[in-house]
Write a protein that binds this ligand. Structure first.
Ligand code: MN
Length: 217
């Protein structure tokens, strides 16, 4: 399991808790190899290099995201790229658990049903133009929201139009799906549900609820 808050995950390529072929046929080994070993590794290397040339070297990753507007494009893009991909690997699994418990209840309350939630998420992701990410977030009032961000931005950044704590994100860059689905983004989004693991998503939901409660009381 990847703990993105742990020190080791701050500025290192995280250990992948499955092999690059394990998500087939939904995400191919070829895609995983280039995506994890080339793209993500590149974001980490460029982030470290950009931080070395800056006065933000000691800032934790979440702090870099929260103040992304201050940092210039190189740190913003690579800090986002590192965080987003670390989160992405952690919510995927070859043996995914279906949605359950409190989070499923909240999804059904907010989106009528799990199926309707999936449709609305797909519509949101399809309507995003160009590179970016589609997200399920929980906002500071504890409300579930669907949103997208451009490039490697994310909802933790001060620059995000809709801010919140990401429960999961789907990579909408062509590098995430082009080898497997070419221009059929809708098929890629459909396939994603087969490898999305709600264990990790539910843990993040639980953490967010505790965090929101501690701020209110
Ligand atoms: Mn990517």
């Amino acid at each position: 399991m990847i703990n993105i808050n742990s020190k080791i995950a701050q500025f290192e390529l995280p250990y992948l808790p499955y092999s690059t072929s394990d998500l087939e046929p939904y995400i191919s080994e070829a895609t995983m190899e280039v995506h994890y070993n080339k793209h993500h590794r590149g974001y980490v290397a460029k982030l470290i290099q950009a931080l070395e040339d800056s006065k933000y070297e000691d800032w934790p990753l979440v702090e870099l995201l929260a103040r992304a507007s201050l940092l210039g494009d190189k740190i913003r893009n690579n800090a986002g790229g590192h965080f987003n991909h670390t989160l992405f690997w952690s919510i995927l699994s070859p043996e995914p658990i279906k949605p359950y418990g409190k989070l499923l209840n909240q999804i059904e309350a907010a989106f009528e049903s799990y199926e309707s939630f999936q449709e609305q998420f797909a519509r949101k992701a399809m309507s995003h133009f160009g590179s970016g990410w589609a997200w399920l977030i929980i906002d500071s009032d504890g409300i579930l929201q669907l949103t997208t961000t451009a490039n490697q931005d994310n909802p933790l950044m001060d620059v995000a139009e809709q801010k919140g704590y990401p429960l999961f994100g789907l990579d909408l860059w062509e590098h995430a799906y082009y080898l497997d689905y070419q221009n059929n983004k809708a098929d890629y989004i459909d396939a994603f549900w087969n490898v999305l693991d709600w264990t990790e998503v539910s843990k993040r939901h639980q953490d967010a609820l505790l965090n929101i409660a501690s701020k209110i009381t």
